[in-house]
Design a protein around this ligand. Structure first.
Ligand code: FAD
Ligand code: DHB
Length: 398
């Protein structure tokens, strides 16, 4: 079978937050890209993942003019509540960070908005592709090969640059020889069971709870649908978590006198193991990694999606400098600059995770230290401010 060849300045693998923001940011500067994804559009637009946008991420969505649905559907939160020893403590982000806040707006809604904008502006996203492979990455003419269907003709995209925005399991990171990268991993001895529930909100803001039975998180989606999480075993079969058990644990971990979790029909349930991971460097020749392809954070700090967007804000800026302004060396700074932000978010997510969960392999001493840390956090303005500024997030320095 003949191989069909075409050319595009930037070939992007992965239509998650990293790939789609990158494609739109480049397009707005007149730089064409093609995004390849192995999943269907329906799957991408329907997969439930992250929920919290940092202050600057919501600003970026507004700056890009993508805020129509977000303004109608999202909730702006000026703080969060930490709960431990049966008491709730409100952290007021607006006061602690000069008016900053976070926006609760689910990842799949952001992806729906990005795909609609790319459709309207002539962006190219090819869904359901197979056999994506990266070639000649250390030359100035890197290539992507793929097929649109199992029996379709092979296709080849000749690029100037390739972006690996293909998540933790994608081919991007694997295209870098193991001798050329170093991986840092921490696997936690627990996971999160997440549920979507038909019910009104139980509380007006997010509650992160440290409880002797384990962590719990109360979040929201819409006035009619709520998102809740409980700490579970990392490999618990879903069958071990019938609805009755989920409700019992949510009540035990989150209820306080006068404020209880409101029950409703559970219509979605999943378990994710928690892990921290970084692969360095984030560049190999003409291949640039962004988002989960290069790093994973445990979800406790709500950083995963924001970090992916931060990477491509930087990457698009440097690609534009390279391609529009002839500054070929600009991209040499990408990996080190991106990794500096990544490690800061890794530290925050790790520390929130450690402080809020019960480690079944840890000691009673550590459990007490976590409570002392929380006590300090809510009673020291300096410590509260530190959590607040990390939680609302740091804009990318360009
Ligand atoms: P992804 O969103 O993973 O996008 C990668 C894309 O690449 C996918 O669309 C995939 O189909 C595509 N791809 C992969 N392999 C190939 C291939 N071979 N060929 C072509 N395309 C390919 N973060 C939070 O902050 N809070 C949460 O509650 C939370 N929950 C999560 C739950 C789950 C199950 C997962 C997996 C992640 C969760 N995250 C959460 C993390 C957050 O969703 C991610 O950090 C974010 O999606 C990263 O975006 P990305 O674009 O880098 O990667
Ligand atoms: C949600 C997810 C998080 O990881 C988090 O820290 C807060 C909220 C959510 O899905 O709503």
């Amino acid at each position: 079978m003949m191989t069909r060849t075409s050319r595009v300045p930037v070939g992007i693998v992965g239509a998650g937050p990293a790939g789609l923001f990158l494609s739109l940011l480049l397009r707005r500067e007149g730089i064409e890209s093609v995004v390849l994804d192995s999943r269907s559009r329906a799957e991408i637009e329907g997969t439930i993942r992250a929920g919290v946008l940092e202050h600057w991420t919501a600003d970026l969505i507004r700056d890009l003019g993508l805020n129509g649905r977000m303004d109608r559907l999202a909730h702006r939160h000026g703080g969060v509540t930490l709960q431990f020893c049966g008491e709730r403590h409100h952290l007021n982000f607006r006061e602690l960070t000069d008016g900053k806040e976070v926006t609760v707006y689910p990842q799949h809604e952001v992806l729906i908005d990005l795909l609609a904008a790319l459709d309207a502006e002539g962006g190219q996203v090819i869904f359901g592709v197979q056999d994506v492979a990266m070639h000649d990455l250390r030359t100035d003419r890197p290539r992507l090969t793929f097929r649109r269907a199992p029996d379709a003709e092979p296709e080849e995209l000749l690029c100037e640059y390739v972006a690996g925005c293909d998540g933790f399991h994608g081919p991007g990171r694997q295209a870098i020889p193991v001798t050329e990268r170093r991986e840092y991993t921490k696997v936690y001895p627990f996971g999160w069971l997440g549920v979507l529930v038909e019910a009104p909100p139980s509380y007006h803001e997010l509650i992160y709870a440290n409880h002797e039975r384990g962590f719990a998180l109360l979040s929201t989606r819409t006035p009619e649908i709520q998102r809740m999480y409980v700490q579970c075993g990392p490999h618990d079969p879903l069958g071990e978590w019938p609805d009755d058990r989920v409700w019992e644990e949510l009540h035990r971990r989150l209820d306080v006198p006068g404020s209880c979790v409101t029950e409703g029909r559970i219509f979605q349930k999943n378990i994710v193991p928690l892990r921290s991971f970084v692969s360095e460097p984030m560049r190999y020749g003409r291949l640039f990694l962004a988002g989960d392809a290069a790093h994973i954070v445990p979800p406790t700090g709500a950083k995963g999606l924001n970090l992916a967007v931060g990477d491509v804000v930087l990457l698009s800026h440097l690609m534009i400098r390279a391609m529009r302004h002839g500054d070929r060396d600009a991209l040499d700074t990408y990996s080190a600059r991106a990794l500096r932000r990544v490690w800061r978010a890794e530290r925050f997510s790790w520390s929130m995770t450690r402080m809020l969960h019960r480690d079944p392999t840890g000691s009673a001493f550590e459990g007490r230290i976590h409570l002392a840390e929380l006590d300090y956090l809510v009673h020291s303005e300096a410590a509260s401010r530190s959590l607040a500024e990390n939680y609302v997030g740091f804009p990318v320095e360009l």
